[in-house]
Structure formats: structure tokens, C-alpha cells
Design a protein around this ligand. Structure first.
Ligand SMILES: *Cc1c(COP(=O)(O)O)cnc(C)c1O
Length: 371
């Protein structure tokens, strides 16, 4: 192993703790009681983090986050039914694509990428369209890092008697979601974002009542979460080969999560990371895309510097040389780049990251990061 990996200032996969990596130095039988116990413990903890008890169940799935989203949407939304998607970035748009590909009708309510979802428009759209059964939203739209108004969305969806599915991929484990006070049918997330595990699995926290009614909806065998759930209920096992090392690493990561003070502790650290990064970058002239009021402490989008001598590729490799990997591309329409503030890093690493940016800017001969 290399002495020191660069820190990942990305939206995931992230820098993980030594304990999380070390948990993978074993082999487990996927049908053995040791692994079954680990999986059950992970599931219980995840349901607990969502504030749910017996109302909701844990249904995991192999693959990246998009797999669990496609699986959840196609399991819970019947073919031919209609859903409304709140879009202000690439991940909302991706859910709309899944619906279109799989023969579900789809209405899209879009706002600009630096504007939160429009709750008044949502209320009006639901009032006007009886056919919409489900509303799909993205808690933190990682395209820009914007925080969407989840509580208000959930209240409107409940008032209108519809069902809510939440892509909480980049929020779960840090931003609050409580199933006891916020009604939802499913919340989708993955091992490798705010929970600080390694990539390879997603999971859905699904209302038991909604899942019980979902038999036969999914057209895909391997993405059928009803079948996955039924099998796991029966014998505690994943239906098909589970990513055993990923589950073991998530188990270790959740022990660290508890030791940090759970979701509140994690949010506190990410808030501090975010504040240090934004303040430090502003000090170098950079400007965040988002207003502070809608910025989630997950990933920060900065406008590209206006200085003609600034070269993003050289900037990227300069930072890597100094031990920090940032996200090498933009998802927003505005010319921008992103730096994450989640993962197993704290205030010292964020200050070092700002110092590295300052050093690279000096190397490049760029006086200011101002757009
Ligand atoms: C990371 C992420 C996903 C899943 O992306 P994958 O590349 O499939 O893991 C989905 N939604 C949001 C909001 C995300 O941040």
C-alpha cells in the first residue's frame, strides 16, 4: 500500500478511515451466520438513522447508487403509473430518465440549478393532476450541492395524499431525516457518501406497507426490491452474491459514526469543514455558485476563475500533487468546479486543502480565483 493516499474532496467515493479499510482484510461466506449477523446489524442501524422503527425496512442492493434508485422506482411505481420529479440538477434528471426508460409516465417540475425546488409549484401541480401518484425529489442535489426543502415537500405531498420517494444519496447520515415526523415511502442512499463506507452497495429504507403492495411491479429480476426483501425476511440473506467486504466496511464505518455522536456529530464536522473551505476559498477570490442559505455542507461548487491564465487541468494536477483530489468535471451549466467536504477528514485537512489551492494558484501565476 502507498504510504499516503491523496485526500478525496469529491462527492464519493470518499476518503475512508483506517478502521473502515482494515475491516475488509477478511473473507466471509455470504450464507454464513457471521455475515448474516453483520448485515442485520447494518440494516438495524440504517433504519434507526432514518428515525424509523417497524414502519420501514432496510432493503440493500449491489451496485452504485443509481442501481438502488432504479430498483426502488421500478419496484414501488407500477408500470403505466405517473410520477412527478422535482429537478434542479443531474440526479433529478436521472430519475426522470429511469421513469421514461421503464415505461412510467413522468412529469418534471424544474428550477434553475442554483434554486431550490419550488414548493408552491409542486402544490399547484399536484392539485391539477390527479394521475400523479408519486413525487420524487433529491434531498441534496449533488450537481451543485444545493439543499432542497425536504420538510415542506413532504408536507405538501402528504397533504395531497401522494407518496414521496427521496434520493437522499449525498445527504443521508448527515442531514436530518426523521420517518416519524417526515412521511416518506422510500429513502435511497449508498454506503460511500456521508456514512463514509466504501462503494459497492446502495440501500432503500422503505415503508413496509408500500413494499407489501409492490409485488410484481418490477420488470427486472435483479432489481426487484420486493423479492430482495422477501428473501431477506425469510433467511437473513441477500438473494444473490452480496458485496461482503463492502457490508463489513460499512459495519465498521457505522461504529465510527456512532462514536462521533451519530448524525448530529457528523453534521457538525461537515459544517465546520464546509465553513473552512468556503471562507478559505473566498479569501483567495473564489466565489461559490450558491447562496449560503441553500448551500448544504456536502459539496461546494465554485465559479471558474475569470483570469485567462487559469487552467483547470493544471489546477487539478497541482492539487493532486499536493495531496488532494477534487472532482475533475462539472455537472452544472455554469462554468464551475466542485470540492467536497465529506469523508474521513476534518478541520486540519480542510485548512491544508485551502493552503494547497493557494500554493497551486501561485505556481500557475493566477492572482485571484475571482470569476
Ligand atoms: C452519488 C449520487 C447518486 C448515485 O450515483 P452513482 O454514481 O450511481 O453512485 C444519486 N443521487 C445523488 C444525489 C448522488 O449524490
Amino acid at each position: 500500500m502507498k504510504a499516503k493516499d491523496p485526500y478525496l474532496l469529491t462527492p464519493g467515493p470518499l476518503t475512508t478511515a483506517a478502521e473502515t479499510k482494515a475491516a475488509m482484510l477478511h473473507d466471509w461466506g455470504s450464507r454464513d451466520e457471521d455475515f448474516i449477523g453483520t448485515n442485520a446489524r447494518v440494516g438495524m442501524k440504517l433504519v434507526h438513522i432514518a428515525g424509523a422503527t417497524t414502519s420501514h425496512v432496510y432493503v440493500p442492493l449491489q451496485g452504485s447508487g443509481t442501481f438502488i434508485i432504479e430498483a426502488t422506482l421500478t419496484t414501488l411505481i407500477p408500470r403505466g403509473a405517473k410520477a412527478l420529479v422535482l429537478v434542479n440538477g443531474a440526479y433529478g434528471r436521472r430519475m426522470a430518465s429511469i421513469l421514461e426508460r421503464t415505461g412510467r409516465a413522468c412529469a418534471v417540475l424544474e428550477t434553475q440549478e442554483d434554486q431550490p425546488n419550488d414548493t408552491a409549484a409542486l402544490d399547484a401541480a399536484l392539485a391539477a393532476d390527479e394521475a400523479v401518484g408519486h413525487v420524487l425529489c433529491v434531498h441534496c442535489e449533488t450537481t451543485s450541492g444545493i439543499l432542497n426543502p425536504l420538510e415542506d415537500i413532504a408536507a405538501i405531498v402528504a397533504k395531497r395524499g401522494r407518496r414521496l420517494l427521496i434520493d437522499a444519496m449525498s445527504a443521508f447520515g448527515a442531514l436530518p431525516i426523521n420517518a416519524r415526523t417526515l412521511p416518506f415511502d422510500a429513502l435511497m442512499a449508498s454506503s460511500n457518501k456521508c456514512l463514509e463506507g466504501v462503494p459497492g452497495m446502495g440501500f432503500s429504507i422503505i415503508s413496509r406497507e408500500a413494499l407489501e403492495a409492490a409485488e410484481g411491479n418490477a420488470e427486472s429480476l435483479s432489481l426487484d426490491l420486493f423479492d430482495q426483501w422477501k428473501a431477506m425476511e425469510a433467511n437473513g440473506q441477500w438473494r444473490f452474491t452480496p458485496p461482503t467486504h463492502v457490508v463489513a466496511a460499512l459495519d465498521a464505518a457505522l461504529t465510527l459514526f456512532d462514536a462521533e455522536g451519530g448524525r448530529e456529530g457528523r453534521l457538525m464536522r461537515y459544517r465546520e469543514n464546509c465553513a473552512i473551505l468556503i471562507e478559505g476559498m473566498r479569501g483567495l477570490g473564489f466565489e461559490p455558485l450558491l447562496a449560503d442559505a441553500v448551500q448544504a455542507p456536502i459539496i461546494i461548487t465554485f465559479h471558474m476563475p475569470g483570469d485567462k491564465t487559469f487552467n483547470f487541468k493544471a489546477f487539478y494536477y497541482g492539487l493532486k500533487e499536493r495531496g488532494f483530489v477534487i472532482y475533475p468535471g462539472k455537472l452544472t451549466k455554469a462554468p464551475s468546479f466542485r470540492m467536497g467536504c465529506i469523508g474521513a477528514l476534518g478541520s486540519d485537512e480542510m485548512r491544508s486543502a485551502v493552503a494547497a489551492v493557494k500554493g497551486v494558484m501561485a505556481d500557475l501565476g493566477v492572482a485571484s480565483g475571482a470569476p
